[in-house]
Each structure stands twice: as C-alpha cells, then as structure tokens.
Design a protein around this ligand. Sequence first.
Ligand code: HEC
Length: 202
Amino acid sequence: MRLMLRTGVLLAGALTLSSGVVSSERLDAVLERSFADNGQATVDRLQQDPVQQACHHSRSTPPDAATATSLRQERLDAVVFPADGDFLGDWQRGAEVADNGRGLQSSDDPAQPNGGNCYACHQLAPDEVAYGTLGPSLTGYGARGQSEPMLRYTWTKLWDTHAYNLCSHMPRFGAQGILTEQQLKDIMAFLLDPASPVNQDL
Ligand code: HEC
C-alpha cells in the first residue's frame, strides 16, 4: 500500500512537473511532509538511485541509449554469482520463497526472511491459480535446460533484472538484499529442476 501510494504521488508529480506547474523542490517537500519512517519502511526509500532516476519518466521519454547501455553494464558487472559455483538449491524450499509475499513492509517482522512474491507477477506451478500477469508465465521454465549460460542468465535476472532490462518492473532480489544467496539457489531449483511443480503438467 505504502509503495502504491508513493508511486501514485510520484506519477502525479511527474505529470504536473512536465506541465511546468510544480517544481521538483516543491514535490520533494510534499513527499517529505506526507511520509514518515515506520519501522523498517523508512523514508530514505524515496531517494532514487541512478537506475530509478533514469527510468522514472513516462514511457515516451526513456533514458537515452548511452545512459541505458552504461547503467545496464554497471548492473551486469555488479552481479555476484554463487561463491561455490553451485546455482541450484532445493526446489521445495524455493516453492515456499516464491509463494511468500511478506517482507520489507512496516507490518513485517524484519527478523523473518523475506519472500520473493513471484506469484504477484508470474504464473509458476500450474496448480496455483492465483497469480499476476505483469510478468510472463514461467510455467515449464525448466524446459530451457541447465546449461551454464542458462544458469547464469536466470541467476542474473533474479539478482538484478536491470542488468538486462534497465527499466524492468521486477524487484532486484540479490542486488537489494531482498533474498539471500541460499534463497536464490532454492528459487533457481524451483524454476529449473525437472521434478519441480513448475515443470509438471496439470
Ligand atoms: C513486480 C512484478 C514481478 C515480481 C514480483 C517478479 N517478477 Fe519476474 N519479471 C517481471 C517482469 C515484468 C518480467 C519481464 C520483463 C523483464 O524482463 O523485466 C519478469 C521476468 C522474469 C524472468 C525472465 C523470463 C524469461 O522469459 O526469460 C524470470 C526468470 C523471472 N522474472 C523470475 C521471477 C521470480 C523467480 C520471481 C520471484 C522470486 C519474480 N520473477 C518476481 C516482474 C516480476
């Protein structure tokens, strides 16, 4: 809710800004007045990092090609691969991480592990009928196999989606410390293990 509110304010702000009515200083002041730290949900989340600064405009004004290429490369170079070279954990634990939509909100216990909330945007196991469609269906993802490039592609996508698609709407699970290395390995297995429900027919 908090994030949705924030997005709404920012979008409204951007629209008004483009018509030249409200200065960015005034917008910042409104944001500062409107929100307060609440547990782990702190107001410093409103500070945009370079990717967010480049991507927060409307679709008709995407970042210029040189900026996009250099930011994408920066994100790609910063990906941390599993220290032991092993990409695949336990798909059963991965299923739980994918299904868990808790974490990072003021009402969540910061001592508990965060979830990936994957079903909010993706279809995964075909017997789960409640899923969002902002992202593509990942049902049958394991058919792509477990070659080294495939493992590295999938890991990178989960670690920092902006490394491939600068203005992606997917969370940066590794780069922002949302999921641990072990949770990411478990999610990788949930996507790629032939025994995972993701890769079964109904
Ligand atoms: C807020 C929405 C959102 C959430 C939550 C989300 N994703 Fe995504 N994801 C997307 C979108 C949108 C795309 C496609 C566009 C892009 O590449 O950014 C995508 C793309 C992907 C891809 C690449 C698909 C392909 O065909 O190569 C994978 C893999 C993926 N997501 C896995 C996950 C997993 C696993 C989780 C949970 C840990 C997750 N996503 C959570 C929005 C989301």
